[in-house]
Design a protein around this ligand. Sequence first.
Ligand SMILES: C[S@@+](CC[C@H](N)C(=O)[O-])C[C@H]1O[C@@H](n2cnc3c(N)ncnc32)[C@H](O)[C@@H]1O
Length: 280
Amino acid sequence: MNYRHAFHAGNFADVLKHAVLASVISYLQQKPGAIRVIESHAGGGLYDLGSLTAARTSEWRDGIGLLADPLDAKAEAVLTPFRDALSALRAGHGPNIYPGSPLICQQMLRADDRYIGAELHGETNWQLKTALNKDKRFKVLLMDGWQVLRANVPPKERRGVVLVDPAFEAADEWQVTAREVIAAWRKWQTGCFIVWYPLKNPRQADDLARDFRDADVVNAVRLELIVDDLAAAEKLAGCGLIVINPPWTLRDQAEALLPALALRLARSRKAGFRCEVIAG
Ligand SMILES: C[S@@+](CC[C@H](N)C(=O)[O-])C[C@H]1O[C@@H](n2cnc3c(N)ncnc32)[C@H](O)[C@@H]1O
């Protein structure tokens, strides 16, 4: 476990993931019933973009750093829940912070909504608990995220979202991700699952999508954001999300958001995006 999200917080991949997460939560909250967020790989929760750690890579400058000015109106409408959460969190924690997914959830969840997440790295787990400041709606476990996912689906609320955001360090992490998400979906077929992945070798993403299709997942979209030449770039140049049971609005939202993000965050003319139904 060498991966530390603090080096990458606020990069283009975080922007896409957190914008979609916030949009899904906002959609689920259109109904009054409580929701549950389950997160298998939670991270540290709160990141200082002015820190030496962030300065080592400066990845946020090519991500959230390029979003100070608004995108076009349709894309901004999709970004609203994310931007609102970010603004509120910056008002509370300072203008240089970037929130991880648990803090975005903390900002958005209502009194009866609940979050359970796993973070296996000891110091990062402690940072997350500190950032959440004993919020009773939140439970953070120092455990393997797959174990936590297995034990908590379906949640008693029966409505909610699972965020799966592994570090993709281990050689078998793609296969494990497919296996564990499929097992969790079989237990909770109405839950929304957001699965993040890096785009290095696009065949890995094709295989993941095929694994979900072969498992008879019936409703899923594949969204990808590419900011540079995938084959040549030294840094991460693309990422994707497979969203199982997306809100019916998500595909149209992605078609508005992805081209605008690709244009704004492009590092070269190889930037682009993908938005397709993989099952449904
Ligand atoms: C990509 S980061 C998570 C970022 C977070 N989801 C966000 O969007 O702000 C992945 C995290 O998973 C943690 N991790 C790695 N292996 C894990 C495991 N088996 N179970 C739980 N957490 C793990 C790492 O320490 C790291 O903090």
